[in-house]
Write a protein that binds this ligand. Structure first.
Ligand code: AR6
Length: 544
């Protein structure tokens, strides 16, 4: 038994990485600077980073344009300031930030005033009730004291080190591009420190006409993160972030993280009804008790919003938001990743985990430090891969089961799962995917359908699938039973696609069960043929 319990079905997790250790699968493509891969740190000529020392920044020149992140420290960043005569002058914004962050900040009111001093346009609209509550009521007095005495001055220093730590421009990962950005963890901490102090220019407006309208929010208070007091889970999210800063200012992490946007044009997407790939050709593991983030070495799926991070800097506290606060380096994706289109995904390799947590949603709590034991790959990234794919939100079953919606979700999952696979090879690609009830929580989807669509996308991408049902043992058994049925009858991806479409056309989907329907058509279908001798139903249960 892998996990000492009886929570899983199918094959052991080790078959998801194709070796005995989670670190035995092949590494992802290495970090190597090129026209479509911006590497913001200096890659040593042998490619190897020193183990514990952060790499030096790559040198370069600021670019103040629509292709790059507009930096707080750019000499082009100007801000209107009123003089004593009430006349408005443009001042260099970075000088305002430098002077504000160099002064002592003793409590949450000082902190609010610091942030407002270079964001004067928001004097009357930004409130900081959440911050005040966190530091004045919620935390123990010593904890708050420690934060303002020790951690905060270091966060300010880190933010002000921006012109030194990031010298070459950060390209935007725009729609319909295949591009990567690699940053050192130190550089990321500096960008996050700036977001904490809300220093990024042109990123505070929530108007539809604003320049960064198609990007997630990144300055921490743009979405009123410092205001929210309605539930403790928000304060707990802030705790996670403060813990992260405490950790990185105590010991600068020495690794790097890469962010890759994958965009596949319509003509290169799979022709789903024609796919001949058998669904039973890859191993399946289904677990009811563990969670995705604990599936070491696998491609861990982020149940994302098309605006990455979703409500992490707002009120959200479900899978994506939790993941982003326990691994805050992920949040840097929000600085440069434009809203995801249906045929796009984002892969993040190397983001470290800093916090443990308990609960979920309203009951979410920070549960202490987490020490990330994942080894580093040859490029210096923690061997942790997070794949952001956004499902569609559904309010009706008939919409969710429409051919267009089914195709859209299949394409989305496949674009993500086929990241770094060899298109010529017929063999299984490692590591496998760790996923679960994608689109079935906040987005209201149906697990019977989404689990099958992800199985199809995995089969098409040739990656094994580990599915985590989040406590649902009935769903776990249903998925395994369905898989065994499909495998036994040699059902292909294309056939299943057609069955599902037919189901949605023939049946009132709100009244009928997809699984029951599939059982009938598969068992009575013309497609049934004896299973090939070399494969056995992948279940450890003898009655299968
Ligand atoms: N491991 C495995 N399964 C999980 C985990 C976990 N760590 N956490 C949750 N689940 P949801 P969605 C299961 O609602 O429906 C965010 O705001 C659990 O059964 O996070 O795709 C995003 O930013 C849960 O109900 O994903 C988007 O805006 C289910 O996965 C939006 O939510 C779905 O989790 C995405 O909503």
């Amino acid at each position: 038994e892998m996990d000492g319990g009886d929570s899983w079905r199918g094959v052991p997790l080790s078959e998801m990485y194709g070796s005995q250790s989670p670190w035995g699968s092949p590494e992802f493509s290495l970090v190597s600077p090129s026209f479509n891969h911006a590497v913001l740190y200096h890659v040593p000529s042998d490619g190897c980073l020193a183990d514990d020392k952060p790499p030096k920044p790559q040198i370069g020149h600021d670019k103040w344009d629509s292709e790059h992140v507009r930096m707080p420290c750019s000499s082009h960043s100007l801000y209107p300031v009123e003089d004593s005569n009430g006349e408005s002058h443009l001042k260099k914004r970075w000088e305002m930030i430098e002077s504000a962050l160099s002064k002592p900040i003793r409590n949450s009111h000082d902190l609010a005033n610091t942030i407002l001093s270079y964001n004067t346009k928001f004097r009357n609209t930004w409130k900081f009730r959440g911050l005040h509550k966190l530091f004045n009521e919620y935390l123990e007095e010593e904890e708050s004291q420690y934060f303002f005495d020790v951690t905060l001055p270091e966060i300010a220093k880190l933010a002000l080190a921006l012109p030194k730590l990031i010298q070459s421009p950060i390209p935007l990962l725009k729609k319909h591009t295949n591009r990567s950005i690699s940053l050192s963890q130190q550089q990321i901490s500096c960008l996050l420190a700036n977001a904490f102090f809300c220093t990024f220019p042109r990123r505070n407006s929530t108007k539809p006409t604003s320049e960064y309208n198609s990007y997630p929010f990144f300055n921490f208070n743009t979405y009123r993160f410092y205001e929210a007091t309605d539930s403790d889970s928000n304060l707990e999210k802030l705790k996670c972030i403060c813990h992260y800063f405490r950790r990185v200012v105590t010991k600068v992490p020495g690794g790097v993280v890469s962010f890759t946007r994958r965009s596949v044009p319509g003509r290169a997407l799979p022709a789903w009804p024609r796919s001949q790939r058998p669904l039973g050709c890859l191993p399946l593991h289904v677990d009811a008790s563990r969670t995705i983030e604990d599936a070491d070495g696998l491609i861990q799926v982020d149940f994302a919003n098309k605006y990455l991070g979703g409500g992490v800097l707002g009120h959200g506290c479900v899978q994506e938001e939790i993941r982003f606060v326990i691994c805050p380096e992920l949040m840097v994706s929000m600085l440069f990743t434009e809203v995801l289109s249906p045929n796009e995904a984002l892969m993040i390799i190397g983001a470290e985990r800093y916090s443990k947590y308990s609960g979920y949603g309203q009951s979410f709590r920070w549960a202490g430090p987490h020490c990330d034991g994942s080894p580093r790959d040859s490029s210096g990234r923690r061997r942790r891969a997070l794949l952001a794919i956004d499902a569609l939100p559904y309010s009706s079953l008939s919409r969710e089961f429409s051919r267009d919606a089914i195709t859209r979700e299949l394409n989305k999952a496949w674009v993500g799962f086929s990241f770094d696979t060899d298109p010529q090879s017929e063999r299984a690609q490692y590591p496998g995917v760790a996923t679960g009830n994608w689109g079935c929580g906040a987005f209201g989807g149906t697990t019977q359908l989404k689990s099958l669509l992800q199985l199809m996308a995995c089969a098409q991408a040739r990656r094994p699938m580990a599915y985590f049902t989040f406590g649902d043992t009935k769903l776990r058994d249903e998925i395994v039973d369905m898989y065994n049925l499909l495998a036994r009858h040699n059902v292909t991806v294309g056939q299943l696609y057609k069955y599902i479409v037919k189901f949605s056309q023939e049946k009132d989907v709100s009244q009928s069960q997809l699984n029951l329907y599939l059982e009938q058509v598969v068992k009575s279908g013309t497609s049934a043929s004896p299973p090939p001798a070399n494969r056995s139903a992948p279940s450890k249960r003898s009655d299968d």
